[in-house]
Write a protein that binds this ligand. Structure first.
Ligand SMILES: [Mn+2]
Length: 253
């Protein structure tokens, strides 16, 4: 089987560089010939809840999704910390597009596949990340049932926009810091490798695919597994390809 995966594109508005990265990825013939396309979270800088405005704002994206599914390809979406509570949004999408096979689109916290003799685990990365207790609390609150109800039924669109602008500002600071020198990246890279080690001790996967760190990495652990992260897509301009269990980074452009 052939898998193509991307995360952390952080599309803000139609026409921005991130949207170009995302659309070029989705239109890539190699990606389109994959058995499964994985969108591993933080694809959008801000997408929370079932607001129909997203269909208009990100029409190009939804058109590509429509096209890919109509060609019988599978899309697996893992929600990140910038794009979540999306179940009802995609339910709406498939109500509008009744001709599409909705079983070809899956939303889950992680995915597991056996292929090429390897057990492959794919996640956004935030759930396995070690040493970030503040974030764990934030995630537990925003994904709790009361907040899920709020996001789905009451949360006005303008409030989401202001939350997004706040997180975007934090991300910008983080990214600028992370990309100044290699030494700034090393602790983040090592923390994610260690996070993968801890996951491996609980469940011995052969391949662990993550995003979230914004640090591109391929690591062959002495414990016997491979860890791969495509980093911040607007910087890396690559995607992850896994063909019969063989991992590579491929250029988007
Ligand atoms: Mn993230």
């Amino acid at each position: 089987m052939k898998f193509s995966a991307i995360s952390d594109v952080h599309v803000k508005v139609a026409g921005d560089q991130a949207e170009e990265v995302l659309l070029t990825f989705l239109r890539n013939p190699d990606v389109q010939s994959s058995d499964i396309i994985f969108l591993l979270g933080d694809i959008f800088d801000l997408m929370i809840g079932p607001h129909s405005q997203y269909f208009v704002r990100y029409q190009n994206y939804f058109d590509e999704i429509k096209l890919i599914i109509s060609q019988g390809k599978r899309i697996c979406y893992i929600q990140g910390n910038h794009d979540f509570h999306l179940k009802n949004l995609y339910n709406k999408f498939f109500i509008v597009h009744k001709d599409l096979d909705s079983s070809l689109f899956s939303l889950a916290p992680y995915f597991e596949y056996n292929d090429g003799g390897k057990k492959i685990y794919l996640c956004h990365g935030d759930d396995i990340e070690l040493n970030n207790p503040g974030y764990k609390i934030f995630k537990a609150i925003v994904t709790s049932p009361p907040l899920r109800f709020y996001a789905n039924n009451l949360m006005p669109h303008f409030l989401i926009k202001s939350v997004g602008e706040y997180s975007a500002e934090k991300s910008r600071k983080r990214n600028n810091k992370r990309y100044t020198t290699e030494s700034d990246l090393t602790p983040v890279k090592m923390n994610f490798r260690e996070s993968a080690e801890v996951l491996f001790r609980k469940k011995p996967y052969d391949v662990i695919v993550c995003g979230h760190s914004h640090v591109k990495d391929y690591y062959q652990s002495p414990s016997g597994f491979e860890y791969v992260n495509n980093g911040y897509a607007q910087h890396s301009k690559t995607y992850i390809s896994i063909e019969n269990g063989n991992i590579s980074f491929k250029p988007i452009f």
